[in-house]
Ligand binder design. Structure first.
Ligand code: CAO
Length: 535
């Protein structure tokens, strides 16, 4: 009996000690030198939202008090001979320790945004970088876009459709951001930039290789100014023979494996309309940034995040590298080339509209295909619904015919099978065909034009397609945030005019006095050089 009491007491002490160690294991987030200390004060958003991102500060303070109390109790119990927490139990508790913030009682969607309190120094331009920072802005980050005085991001004036207004190219990639103009090569401009670095959590850039270093903003310098800063970069290539090259979308598609595997076997390589090099790499970088922010909660320090566009594209072409290796084992039987008896070469071939997986698919004509370039449907002959396919197209005999009944038997006849299915689809509009096929769970999809997508009411309802009002160009359509979080609802706000928030940022973010602002402005660091009037 006495032994049981003693054992229970020892267990209680051990539990307390573990709790104490756990509380201790999440230290208060160490304020990074002078720079990040006023984080809670400086945020524009509600204070609670800031506290949430800096959640560990509050939790850490609570944890420290809890630790002290629990340790005092544990020491008293230990003194009574009930046992002492060992280094092992402390270590185990440290590993398992996670101090969760208190659960919000607010309704979903009303508890701020996922990245509230995170401030991004957005040094991006053109498409790849801006898509990344736009996503972060949609999730609530305060994104400050630094632009060259005069013209700003080159896309503001590219592919212009409304005279004197920012182009759709720019507006559709820079929603929810603030804009400040800074000449980063001017001494006073550098001063402003360095102050921004001290007050931001992440710097994102996609300059040509070496450009950031040439501005004097090396990783070492940035890290010394703000050790908590995450420095995220997009380049065309990673280290290797092409690392110094400038890269645009289609170069990345060509060097990342997309072009060699897109198009028809007997035609040239093709680039795809999906911006997998730019927007795809922006997505990769955004994930890298939030992951680094998450790790910073534990380590307290920033790190470099880099994504090469070639790598991003190759990642999206993963299945084609899979096929490259499968070639060693024989022909790729799901490629229609196999059914046509055309031999395979050494590299993954272009597969036209073959489906990438093990369920053969093709694009088939629908009613009015002669006049409508998008009157087509993608049709997948998924094995589990083969019987239904046969019934729908009027070939019930194929269900049991050994030449058609199994996926293996069908592979060499895919062309003939799709020709027969097309005889059925060609009599229906793509929407009628979709409606009928869906009744039988047959996977298919109409080829939707951009016009149809722009007018799609369900995409409008979900906010995937949004109408935005802009002061100089009026209303336009954009793609909203395709990633839906139930507790962090995205609103799409118009892109900033060039330098629209320069004063606001100097004053409210950087805390410059009116005298200092005048001094910086007078130096010419924030404005385009004045052109000399012609003599
Ligand atoms: N103040 C002063 N100078 C500035 C500035 C500012 N605010 N912002 C940019 N600059 C300067 C840069 O410092 C650089 O000067 P140096 O060459 O003298 O160092 C100069 O502007 C040009 O920058 P850049 O080389 O990045 O721009 P570019 O138009 O010549 O090239 C691009 C564009 C996209 C090819 C190149 O930036 C690149 O390869 N980026 C990485 C890959 C990438 O993201 N590509 C996607 C592009 S979207 O298809």
């Amino acid at each position: 009996m006495a032994k049981t009491v003693k054992a229970r007491a020892a267990k209680r002490v051990k539990k307390k000690a573990v709790a104490a160690t756990r509380a201790k294991a999440t230290p208060p987030a160490r304020p990074p030198r002078r720079a990040a200390k006023p984080a809670a004060k400086r945020a524009r958003g509600p204070k609670k939202a800031v506290a949430r991102e800096r959640g560990l500060v509050a939790t850490g303070a609570r944890a420290t008090r809890a630790t002290a109390k629990a340790e005092r109790k544990a020491t008293k119990r230990a003194a009574r001979g009930a046992g002492t927490p060992t280094a092992k139990t402390r270590a185990a508790a440290r590993t398992a320790a996670r101090v969760a913030p208190r659960m919000s009682r607010k309704p979903f969607g009303a508890a701020g945004k996922a990245l509230d309190g995170v401030r991004i120094l957005d040094f991006t331009h053109v498409q790849s970088g801006p898509t990344c920072t736009q996503l972060l802005a949609w999730f609530g980050a305060d994104v400050i876009k630094v632009e060259r005085p005069g013209g700003g991001d080159i896309t503001r004036g590219q592919l212009a459709d409304v005279k004197g207004a920012d182009s759709l190219y720019f507006t559709m990639l820079n929603h929810n951001k603030r804009s400040i103009t800074i000449d980063s090569k001017h001494a006073q401009g550098k001063r402003v930039l360095e102050e921004l670095i001290k007050r931001c959590d992440v710097l994102v850039e996609n300059f040509a290789p070496g450009a950031l270093d040439r501005m004097g903003l090396t990783w070492e310098h940035i890290h010394a100014l703000n050790p908590r800063m995450i420095v995220a970069s997009i380049k065309g290539f990673g280290p290797g023979p092409y690392e110094d090259c400038k890269v645009y979308e289609n170069v990345a598609q060509c060097t990342g494996g997309a072009a060699s595997t897109t198009g028809f076997r007997d035609g040239p390589p093709l680039v795809t309309g999906a911006q997998i090099g730019d927007s795809g790499t922006g997505l990769h970088l955004a994930l890298g940034i939030v992951t680094a922010l998450y790790q910073r909660n534990r380590t307290g320090r920033g790190q470099k995040v880099s994504v090469a566009m070639q790598d991003g594209v190759l990642n999206l072409c993963r299945v084609k590298l899979r096929d490259q290796q499968r070639l060693k084992a024989g022909p790729l039987t799901e490629y229609s080339q196999y059914g046509r008896g055309i031999p395979f070469g050494e590299a993954t071939p272009r597969a036209g509209n073959d489906s990438g997986g093990g369920q053969p698919g093709w694009i088939l004509k629908c009613k009015d295909w002669e006049s409508d370039p998008n009157a087509y449907i993608y049709f997948i002959t998924q094995a589990p619904v083969w019987g239904a396919i046969c019934d729908v197209i009027g070939e019930p005999g194929w269900k049991t015919d050994p030449d058609y009944a199994t996926p293996a038997a069908r592979l060499p006849k895919l062309q003939q099978i799709f020709d027969r299915i097309e005889q059925w689809t060609i009599g229906k509009t793509k929407f009628e065909a979709m409606e009928i096929l869906n009744r039988y769970d047959i996977p298919c999809g109409p080829i939707l034009s951009m016009k149809e997508l722009a007018e799609d009411s369900s995409l409008r309802r979900t906010g995937t397609v949004v109408e935005v009002d802009h002061p100089t160009r009026g209303k336009y359509l954009s793609v909203g945030n395709p990633i839906k979080l139930s507790d962090s609802i995205s609103e799409v706000k118009r892109s900033p005019l060039l330098g629209e928030h320069t004063d606001e940022i100097l004053k409210k973010v950087l805390g410059f006095k009116a005298r200092e602002i005048k001094e910086i402005k007078d130096s010419g660091a924030l404005s385009a050089p004045q052109r000399k009037p012609a003599a």
